[in-house]
Design a protein around this ligand. Structure first.
Ligand code: NAD
Length: 474
């Protein structure tokens, strides 16, 4: 199979082209290097129809057989890890070594959901009535994913949705369609026709999907602004909904940490994937007694990290993924400069048309500045001083978002006590960015609606069906 060309959609078990095509840009050069199909209305309708036709058979397939399909899909992806990671770097920008983790996560999620079986809850109190609650799949799932983790976050949807007995039509971001198209080709003959459909198109395709009456559920990952539009669209026919949205995660660093030990971990918790992570540290609160020491260490790491084309050996951080995001983050930095804030910048990336922004640490900006209040989703990190635990918890919670957070301290009990007071769905103690397929991930406040991952995440693709069964004859 050629990973360099011939990108087609997977609809009803067949590879399908479109006469309209979208340019796909390498963010390290700013130049288009491939095209992807722009799905027509008729092709969207065909994909949904295929999902509906396949649903009957797939829902009735014994769960052990569905699980075997998932294991097989995981093995095929794993066998093509190197080729997919190279393609990933070209379309997404992340250095190739780190890109491999994207495929590894897809593989891990497929295997994990292939081991998960929904429960049957039984109430039997010996009163002549037995109630069994089964969980049944919903139908065709509309899945929409973003460009920052285009494979990983697509499989957060594909794995539980298919394991639960649904069929799916997935649309990756128009900025990063290629890996998912090649994955469609790899999995074409693995699942029965129509079970897994992968279509690509511009941002205009998303609203057409969410409005399509043939879908039973929407699972969306992206920005909070788009999530609200998706929710509005879903309300028209009460489609089930899972929304994983933006975050402005706070990390709290207590005075007892070993600065040399934590600086590196905190740095990559903020800047991995050029800080384009929903759960990256985006506001860093540091106790005033250790603030200068941590700031200087982070500045030192920033100087040493190589920013460049992810396909080159030794590159640690790549470009921003797309022009729109580059412009947004650049203007946030320009505004911070205009406000007179102090910026500590790492080395610039290569000259040319690539979307490179140097690591930028903002030294103790006021809480109300845009760089603190807004989700940057790029390599600009505000770090602020705090004096008391009560004060920093209030500041961390003063956000419309509630995705994740972190607490750093040698006193783990105190760290847990602080974590319990943060209004977020995930909190890490002395670590960062760890997420597991068996653990629910759910944004609080405007970071989301519903759950991904864990058995709870699988049940979001199912509905309870309670059977009342009399125990006496007749
Ligand atoms: P985005 O909202 O612009 O786009 C996400 C997806 O939605 C894309 O596939 C896009 O084509 C599609 N889309 C656009 N308009 C649509 C509409 N009206 N209806 C339906 N679909 C539409 O987000 P993005 O810029 O691709 O991703 C960055 C954002 O995603 C950040 O805010 C980040 O925090 C968030 N994110 C959240 C999580 C999480 O799990 N909570 C994970 C990753 C990214």
């Amino acid at each position: 199979m050629n990973f360099e060309t011939d990108y087609r959609m997977l609809i009803d078990g067949a590879l399908v082209d479109s006469h309209e095509r979208l340019d796909v840009v390498n963010p390290a050069t700013g130049a288009a290097f491939a095209t992807a199909p722009d799905c027509t209305d008729a092709q969207l309708a065909a994909a949904v129809d295929a999902g509906r036709r396949a649903f009957k058979g797939w829902r009735g397939t014994p769960i052990a057989d569905r699980q075997a399909y998932l294991h097989k899909a995981a093995d095929i992806l794993n066998d093509h890890r190197e080729q997919l990671a190279r393609l990933f770097t070209r379309e997404q920008g992340r250095p190739t070594e780190a890109a491999k983790s994207e495929i590894d996560i897809a593989v891990a999620w497929l295997h994990a959901y292939a081991e998960m079986t929904p429960p049957v809850d039984v109430i039997d109190k010996g009163d002549g009535q037995r109630v069994e609650t089964h969980y049944v799949p919903l139908g065709v799932v509309c899945a929409i994913s973003p460009w920052n983790f285009p494979v990983n976050l697509s499989f957060w949807k594909i794995a539980p949705a298919l394991a639960a007995g649904n069929t799916i039509v997935l649309k990756p971001s128009p900025y990063t369609p290629l890996c998912m198209l090649k994955i469609g080709e790899l999995l074409k003959d693995v699942f029965p026709a129509g079970v897994l459909n992968i279509i690509t198109g511009s941002d205009a395709l998303g609203p057409k999907m969410t409005a399509h009456p043939g879908f039973a559920k929407i699972s969306f990952t992206g920005s909070t602004a788009t999530g609200k539009r998706v929710m509005e669209s879903a309300s028209k026919d009460l489609k089930r909904l899972t929304l994983e949205l933006g975050g402005n995660d706070a990390a709290i660093v207590m005075p007892d940490v070993d600065l040399d030990d934590v600086a590196q971990k905190i740095f990559f918790g903020a800047f991995f994937n050029s800080a384009q992570i929903c759960v990256a540290t985006k506001r860093l609160y540091v106790h005033e007694s250790i603030y200068d020491g941590l700031r200087d260490r982070l500045a030192g790491i920033a100087q040493a990290v190589k920013l460049g084309d992810g396909s080159e050996q030794g590159t640690v951080l790549g470009p921003l993924q797309n022009r729109r995001q580059y412009d947004r983050v650049t203007s946030l930095i320009e505004d911070a400069k205009a406000e007179g804030l102090t910026l500590i910048e790492g080395p610039a990336g290569p000259a040319g048309g690539g979307y490179f922004i140097p690591v930028t640490i903002v030294d103790n900006p006021p809480e109300q500045s845009a760089v603190v209040q807004e989700e940057a989703f790029g390599p600009v990190l505000p770090m602020m001083k705090f004096s008391t635990v009560e004060e920093v918890i209030d500041r961390a919670n003063a956000s419309e978002y509630g995705l994740a957070g972190a607490v750093w301290s040698k006193d783990v009990d105190q760290a847990v006590a602080i974590a319990r007071q943060l209004e977020t769905g995930t909190v890490w103690i002395n670590q960062n960015l760890v997420l597991r397929p068996d653990t629910p991930f759910a944004g609080h406040k405007q970071s989301g609606f519903g759950i991904e991952n864990g058995l709870e995440g699988m049940l979001e693709y199912m509905a309870p069906q309670s059977l009342y069964i009399p125990q006496s004859a007749g």
